[in-house]
Design a protein around this ligand. Sequence first.
Ligand code: SAM
Length: 240
Amino acid sequence: MTDKTKREGQPFERRPLIYGRAKGKALSRRQQQLFETLLPQVAFPLRTSASDPAIDPHTVFPGLEAIHLEVGFGGGEHLVARARANPRTGFIGCEPFMNGVAKVLAAIDEEDLPNIRVHHGDARDVLDSLTDASLDRAYVLYPDPWPKARHNKRRFIGPDTLASLARVIRPGGILEVASDIPDYIRWTLAETRRDGHFLWTANSKAEWETAPQDWPGTRYEAKAIREGRTPCYLEFIRAA
Ligand SMILES: C[S@@+](CC[C@H](N)C(=O)[O-])C[C@H]1O[C@@H](n2cnc3c(N)ncnc32)[C@H](O)[C@@H]1O
């Protein structure tokens, strides 16, 4: 695999980052219909070329007070719960796994959640499209761990994505990273320190081992706890 590639229809040259499953079991008829009819209405707009103007997400969620982005929402439990509980916040959810996107589309349809936009694909497509300092918060929850040293560079948290997150999260905004993999936690702390834009807010072990208030949880997190692993919650403030 080459280090930098430009996929068709994708304006930015960069290393590939999606290695997991794109599709699980076949979509039901209804899910297929939601992909055909609802996804075009709720898809987050992207720049189609690097020379296009960047997209201010406030124009996508007119009148809403804050904008949050979730990278790799999986089955969408966290995204949907947050959107339901915070109708004055616009949520951009990014996920390449088709069956996860289908779940979020079903929730938007059933619950009429006008404050969710979806990107079915790589979160970096959205990061590269956004205007500077346009997000109040970004969540990277249980990113794929890639435990083997030779696969570490596949991890979502890395120099390029942190530079993008630092560009799009406003000063004073928040980056939340959760993981149950101790090496990923150490890695994230080392990478954010190296990047220099994110200040870790925790003062004690109890803080990083306790879920933030009103934490809706995720499916992956529930499985990790069932299997005896301890989640860690890293909160960073984007420095001014
Ligand atoms: C271990 S799962 C965790 C899912 C969910 N956050 C949870 O906690 O249940 C990691 C997710 O990240 C997604 N993912 C991997 N690379 C991604 C990328 N570049 N952009 C967006 N999502 C990505 C995968 O498809 C997968 O659903």
